[in-house]
Design a protein around this ligand. Sequence first.
Ligand code: RRO
Length: 311
Amino acid sequence: MLQTIIAGHHLPVCLYNASGAMCTTKSDLGLLADSHAGAVLTKSCTLAYRNGNPKPRYHETAIGSINSMGIPNLGYEVYAQTALEHHQKYPPKPYFVSVSGMSINENLEILAKLNQTEQIAAIELNLSCPNLPGKPQVAYDFPQTERMLDAVFDVYQKPLGIKLPPYFDLVHFEQIATILNQYPLHFVTCVNSIGNGLVIDWQTETSVIKPKGGLGGIGGDYIKPTALANVRVFSQLLRPSIAVIGCGGVKSGSDAFEHILCGATAVQIGTQLMKEGTDCFARIATELQQIMQQKGYTNINDFKGKLKTIE
Ligand code: RRO
């Protein structure tokens, strides 16, 4: 009932983790593989191991999260190796790798290596990390995004999608969609955290995370309306062969239902996975299924993208 297809790969359930949430270590990836998630996606990786930003760098509030992790990861080789082990143990569950090199050349080098690992179902190229001091988010710089995608598709022919930051202006949606429609992308994931928010503790009069003077990417309930708008508008502007994967503020079956109604082909879970652990997948899947049954839907395509607006 909840099955879907991403980049030609069948997912038994249209829910899986957002990159960054519980997917950095081999043991995290094992827990995701063992869970009811329909796929596994790794932490964004670089060529070499990275420690990331100084701690505290992640903080939860009652309705969301702020992070400035700074891409802590084990280096791409570990995630390629884990793909082999994953494939032997869980052959039907697609394994996606998120890539976030520090430059075009670093991304090209990582992709050239990952190209050799058949067990990777697809790459999610992250063009939207908000937490590198001194580095802008690539996908807010449209000429840089074009240069990146030109270079990537020159060397990489296997299934690839990109992780976008949230956009807020309809002119920007149209400009970036026109660029993305030129490339053989399999999917776009909307959205990364809303960059450079500030959560503070009024009692101690202090910011809650250490990097960048307390600024970090915001996730959770705060970002659901922005995420839904991005899913909706990109579903309308992109070629139909580019699937939109929804990410942002999903903590219940109705949140996932809303993302699909706006056009999502699958839905990722970040902050809620961090709060609840991998049990969230079975719970949210059950809730989504109940909503579908009540409405008489048997497949997500029965309502995908069918949001009604008021005339
Ligand atoms: O590691 C991070 O700081 C991070 C990344 Br790569 C990202 O894409 N989004 C985010 O909120 N944090």
